[in-house]
Design a protein around this ligand. Structure first.
Ligand code: ATP
Ligand code: F1X
Length: 305
């Protein structure tokens, strides 16, 4: 079973604003509300691709209730720990540029944190656990690392999609998959990455540190994937970018869905790219049909190293 963990979920409130005036009264149009947070996005895409998963994390207040209800309506299984504080609302402004304002997240009680730790303890070696997104303030900076250590004795397949800071703490741990974008990869090694060749160089170092599958996304410039002495380089399909929020999460979901379908790594990677791009080309996360259509268009170059 795939478990996604969103410790800090959100309602993503998407609003179009023309000529945004900082400090002035702006009137938005075309509002939408989606259950958000990185792990939740992974679960939503998995569900659309008919791969079961359970979304874990903390949810509370009227916002948490909205997230849970919407996910259930979409057929996403959840097992959130309930808290009394409200889950955050993240504002995503669409104008000439995308501006995001992400809230700090709900307060957690020690009891809720203990309940979550007990829940994670039930996972077995047959499970995947996707650790994605920021941490609420009540959790220590190294909470993901603590979870990884907690799970060391049972080889749960750990997938990490967080900031470069969180990833840095995790280098050397036996992770199944990490998907930083090229900026995050650069931050990890304190360099600016401007080419695929450079991305491959640093991705190899990440792979050698014990991460079985390393995907580096580079927005519209393609993506690279390293696994088992093979480098896969993908071109992304062309299209009109509408909303990149959740594109990276969709990439992770597409890859896991490909593996769950029994695809070879190259095709799991193609499904990852198709899922990321299909989300970039639509307002909400991608639908299955769009993903399957793009899947046919993604081409990958394969070389050994
Ligand atoms: N301009 C684009 N054209 C086509 N596909 C794109 C574009 N931008 C992003 N994508 C798709 O989305 C995937 C993830 O994009 P990106 O590298 O921006 O990840 P990220 O920074 O983790 O994303 P997020 O915005 O979710 O944080 C890419 O691999 C690609 O498939
Ligand atoms: O504040 P975090 O946890 O880093 O990111 C949260 C978030 O921006 O990530 C998702 C897109 O990847 C959105 O659904 C959500 O609003």
């Amino acid at each position: 079973m795939i478990f996604t963990c969103t410790l800090n979920p959100s309602i993503d409130y998407i609003l179009s604003v023309n000529d945004f005036d900082y400090g002035g009264l702006n009137r938005g149009t075309d509002p939408s509300y989606f259950p958000g947070g990185k792990g939740i996005n992974v679960s939503r895409i998995l569900t659309r691709l008919a791969i079961p998963s359970t979304a874990l994390g903390f949810a509370g207040g009227f916002t948490g209730a909205f997230i849970e209800q919407t996910l259930h309506d979409e057929g996403v299984d959840t097992a959130f720990i309930h808290v009394t504080d409200h889950t955050r609302i993240n504002l995503k402004l669409k104008g000439e540029k995308e501006t995001e304002i992400n809230g700090p997240g709900a307060k957690l009680t020690p009891k809720a944190i203990d309940q979550f730790i007990e829940q994670i303890d039930q996972l077995t070696e047959d499970d995947y656990l996707v650790l994605a997104g920021s941490l609420p303030h009540d959790l220590p900076d190294d909470f993901y690392l603590q979870m990884v250590k907690q799970l060391r004795d049972k080889p749960v397949k750990l997938v990490l999609d967080t900031s470069s800071e969180a990833l840095k703490k995790m280098v050397g741990e036996p992770l199944f998959l990490a998907k930083p974008n090229h900026h995050e990869l650069g931050e990890l090694f304190d360099v600016e990455i401007t080419s695929k060749q450079q991305a491959i160089y640093y991705a190899k170092q990440l792979h050698n540190s014990g991460i079985t599958h390393v995907i580096i996304s580079m927005g519209g410039d393609g993506a690279i994937y390293l696994h088992d002495h093979t480098i896969y380089e993908a071109r992304v399909p062309k299209g009109t970018v509408i909303n990149t929020v959740g594109a990276g999460d969709s990439t992770v979901a597409g890859f896991l869905a490909g593996l769950s379908r029994g695809y070879e790594p190259v095709d799991a990677f193609r499904l990852a790219i198709a899922s990321g791009s299909a989300t970039a080309f639509t307002k909400d996360l991608a639908e299955k049909k769009a993903i399957e259509t793009l899947f046919e268009l993604v081409t990958v170059d394969v070389t050994d190293f």
